[in-house]
Design a protein around this ligand. Structure first.
Ligand SMILES: *Cc1c(COP(=O)(O)O)cnc(C)c1O
Length: 389
């Protein structure tokens, strides 16, 4: 059985791909199983009252398969503590409830993930929380958004769907000067491309549904931190409100995480080739990709990311051209979500970000978002070419 100590050691001493494959679990002492078993057990026998064997009593509180995943995810983020949740939104909800009390304020991206915005705007405001959206690539705007009541600065980088870049180290300074907790939703980059805890973030959040799971076959979320108190608060709500992944989901997520390094390199190779193609195409009015030297966040991205990721957004002539593009691709599947091995295309204004319509966070209606998969890139470019012609 892996445990916190071995996950931590792994996180400090081995390279990323090694951690991805080994951290969180060691071959089973009893039978040598190299993969973590799916412990389909909701309760655990005790040797006398209060006599837990190996620290487990009830599976909402803890399950060995989930524990292995949590150690793995902590190691991938070079962090100390990992907590797995039933979805990215369950992780988001847990982080928000751990950090904020009625009367508190937080700063969020002005192009936040639609579900994050919806939860804060529709639910947390009812409990006396206020928020200010600020562009993650505008440090002055973030500074100006901070009030004496600010308890958290929350960012995504790259953002969804505009792929703006927040300078993690610089925003960490702003947050800490205000005694606010700095949370980075690292879903778009994945821990392979960027490790925010090493650059000053206090909490890293993942929708593991995306790159970490990587195969579009499981929904999950995670919170990773080096702060023991924060981790205790997350663990309290993980058990207290119960948004936990089942053991099969935890197993699938961990299976996906093992290949994160190779998948991400292929996602990045393919995205770079797709960007090259789209930049030269007359139907495309602009390509948003942090790897482009003219991208406003390129410098910060180059500093804090290993490579620039598999997400590419483009703007077309107008809404209709964007909708037509989305409906004509054959290999790029029209679907929400991202980060899986298969390529996806979507219209954020009508799909993932429909809930931001009419708000400050509304996205342009000529925008199309591509999650570039790891198919043969010539086939992907051929598909985009026929869809645009
Ligand atoms: C998908 C996503 C979430 C929410 O995660 P779920 O697993 O769908 O609940 C949060 N943040 C970002 C950036 C996402 O892409």
């Amino acid at each position: 059985m892996g445990n916190d100590e071995s996950a931590r050691d792994e996180g400090r001493t081995h390279g990323f791909a090694t951690r991805a494959i080994h951290a969180g679990y060691e071959p089973n002492a009893e039978n040598g199983a190299v993969n973590v078993p799916i412990y389909a057990s909701s309760t655990f026998a005790q040797d006398g009252v209060g006599g837990m064997r190996g620290g487990y009593e009830y599976a909402r509180t803890g399950n060995p398969t989930r524990k292995a995943l949590e150690g793995n995810l902590a190691a991938l983020e070079s962090g100390t503590y990992g907590r797995a949740f039933s979805s990215g939104m369950a992780a988001t909800d847990t982080a928000l409830r751990s950090l904020l009390r009625p009367g508190d304020h937080l700063v969020i991206p002005d192009d936040a993930y639609g579900g994050t915005f919806r939860l804060i705007d529709k639910v947390f405001t009812q409990w006396g929380i206020t928020y200010t959206p600020a562009a993650v690539n505008d440090l002055d705007a973030i500074r100006a958004a901070v009030t004496p009541a600010t308890k958290a600065i929350w960012i995504e980088t790259p953002t969804n769907p505009l792929l703006n870049i927040g300078d993690i180290a610089a925003i960490a300074e702003i947050a800490h000067a205000a005694s606010a907790t700095f949370v980075v939703d690292n879903t778009f980059a994945s821990p392979y491309l960027q490790q925010p805890l090493t650059q000053g973030a206090d909490v890293v959040l993942h929708s593991t549904t995306k790159y970490v799971g990587g195969h579009s076959d499981v929904v999950g979320g995670a919170l990773i931190t080096d702060d023991e108190e924060l981790d205790a608060a997350f663990a309290f709500l993980q058990n207290g409100s119960g948004g936990v992944p089942g053991p099969f989901d935890a197993y699938l997520t961990m299976r996906g995480a093992k290949t994160l390094a190779v998948r991400m390199n292929q996602h990045c190779d393919n995205a770079e080739a797709v960007v090259d193609f789209l930049q030269g195409h007359p139907s495309i009015s602009s390509v948003l990709y942090p790897g482009l030297p003219e991208h406003p966040g390129h410098e910060a991205a180059a500093r804090q990311m290993r490579r620039f990721g598999g997400m590419v957004s483009v703007r077309l002539k107008d809404r209709q051209s964007a909708l037509d593009f989305c409906s004509r691709t054959e290999l790029f599947t029209l679907a929400e979500s991202l980060g899986g091995i298969e390529s996806l295309i979507e219209h954020p204004g009508a799909m993932t970000h429909a809930s931001t319509a009419g708000s400050l966070l509304e996205v342009p209606d000529d925008l199309v978002r591509l999650s570039v998969g790891i198919e043969d890139v010539a086939d992907l470019i051929g598909d985009l070419e026929q869809a645009l012609s």
